[in-house]
Design a protein around this ligand. Structure first.
Ligand code: AP5
Ligand code: MG
Length: 219
């Protein structure tokens, strides 16, 4: 059996975290845990917390730490978390990083590696504004860089309906990027100081970035 592998993917909005997390999930057979996806799904379900989160997300603001920590606690308590996971979009503040350590300690787990996907600001708007995804399975596409092989048909599930995120517009992306620089980038030195951080240049093609991640994580 493969050794458990616990990984965090960090990087700016549109940096390729979700794309690479899905590829890692497929290859390593460990769950992809995205707080962004969980919060959007709660918003679609219309729960009180989901609607509160949606209002913040749609404007490019972060959701309160407490709400995200609670979501993560539920995920980490699931038995499958013991075999590994890929965290995408969490932790996103220093407080979340510290709470993650506490949650992992309680479950007798530890992180193996934190990968920062580095993408310069001038790539971000282009990546985010061109993104769309399959309504049925969530597979991610881009109108210039990653189109389905057959026009209008999802490669992964054959679905024919696609959607765009409300927060994928220029104004909101700039606000998300500012939040990333101010609140999330300071988490990187936290992981560097304990020797967990590996940096990957995220400007190549999806396949090239996948290969670079494979090399730095050694899996
Ligand atoms: P979240 O969903 O995590 O959004 P994000 O961090 O802004 O990141 P994105 O999902 O926009 O980008 P990505 O890095 O996944 O890139 P992708 O692979 O899609 O969070 C959304 C919101 O939820 C936050 O703003 C916040 O409000 C809230 N939230 C979530 N977690 C939170 C937390 N922990 N605390 C507080 N609030 C939280 O790629 C983008 C596009 O580029 C795609 O179209 C893709 O096909 C394309 N692409 C990918 N790689 C390449 C490449 N190498 N070359 C060319 N194109 C590429
Ligand atoms: Mg994402």
């Amino acid at each position: 059996m493969r050794k458990a592998f616990h990984i965090v993917l960090m990087g700016p909005p549109g940096g390729g975290k979700g794309t690479q997390a899905r590829l890692l999930e497929e290859r390593l057979k460990i769950p992809h845990i995205s707080t962004g996806e969980m919060l959007r799904s709660a918003g679609r379900e219309g729960t009180e917390l989901g609607l509160k989160a949606k209002a913040l997300i749609d404007k490019g603001n972060l959701v309160p730490d407490e709400m995200c920590i609670q979501l993560m606690k539920t995920e980490l308590e699931k038995p499958e978390a013991k075999n590994g996971f890929i965290l995408d979009g969490f932790p996103r503040t220093l407080r979340q990083a510290e709470e993650l350590d506490t949650l992992l300690d309680a479950e007798k787990l530890h992180l193996d590696v934190v990968v920062e996907i580095q993408v310069p600001d001038d790539y971000i708007v282009d990546r985010v504004v061109g993104r769309f995804s399959c309504v049925k399975c969530g597979a991610m596409y881009h109108e210039k860089y990653c189109l389905p092989h057959v026009y209008g048909k999802c490669d992964a599930c054959g679905g024919t309906q696609f959607m765009r995120r409300i927060d994928d517009n220029i104004d909101t992306v700039l606000s998300r990027l500012a939040k990333y620089r101010a609140l999330t980038a300071p988490v990187l030195p936290y992981y560097e100081s304990v020797g967990l951080l590996k940096c990957v240049d995220g400007t190549g093609t999806i396949e090239e970035v996948k290969e670079k991640i494979r090399k730095v994580i050694g899996h």
